[in-house]
Design a protein around this ligand. Sequence first.
Ligand code: PRP
Length: 189
Amino acid sequence: MPKTDNINSIIDHKLFTEEDIHNMCVKLGKQLTADYAGKKPLIVGALKGAIFFLTDLVREMDVKAEIDFLDVSSYGDEMESSGEVKLISDLATDVKDRDVLIVEDIVDTGLTLEYMKNLLKKRGARSVKCCVLLNKEANRTSDVEVEYYGSKVGNEFVVGYGLDFMNYYRNLRYIGVLKPEIIKLVNNK
Ligand code: PRP
């Protein structure tokens, strides 16, 4: 947790504790272990937000898996999706004939996930599914399927455990809801 900031000044309340997050990882890990039994999936983490979830999730999966990362962004430093997804850095692994599992911290509009799924299918992946920690459906504009998720969330701005506000606060151990006045401050700049 950042020591240089008073975290209470930006967080309204905790939404998920470390224990809640751990329990979600254990549950999803069990499900994925069963569903990917006998397969050698390629786990694709979407940088940067997914790194914390991915490292905890894969350690709950008893599966022979490879790990790689894609960096895609639709937000930059903005509070709302630009609607345009950009590929910032690509995978090192060939996905042809692979069972790919995309790991994401959050699905909001769904545009980032749709872009990644389409890209990987176009490259010849055998299957492309996703496992998302938080499923935020209020602003969904894509009908992309979310096969696995930890929890649904409302239309709140969440930070911590990989989720950022202006690229900060990813390193909080819990997930908190940002105070609405902080969002207003930034929007009025
Ligand atoms: C966030 C998040 C997802 C995406 C979800 O990434 O990690 O990838 O937005 O939004 P969407 O469903 O509306 O497309 P962001 O682009 O902020 O990059 P980051 O992971 O580096 O924070």
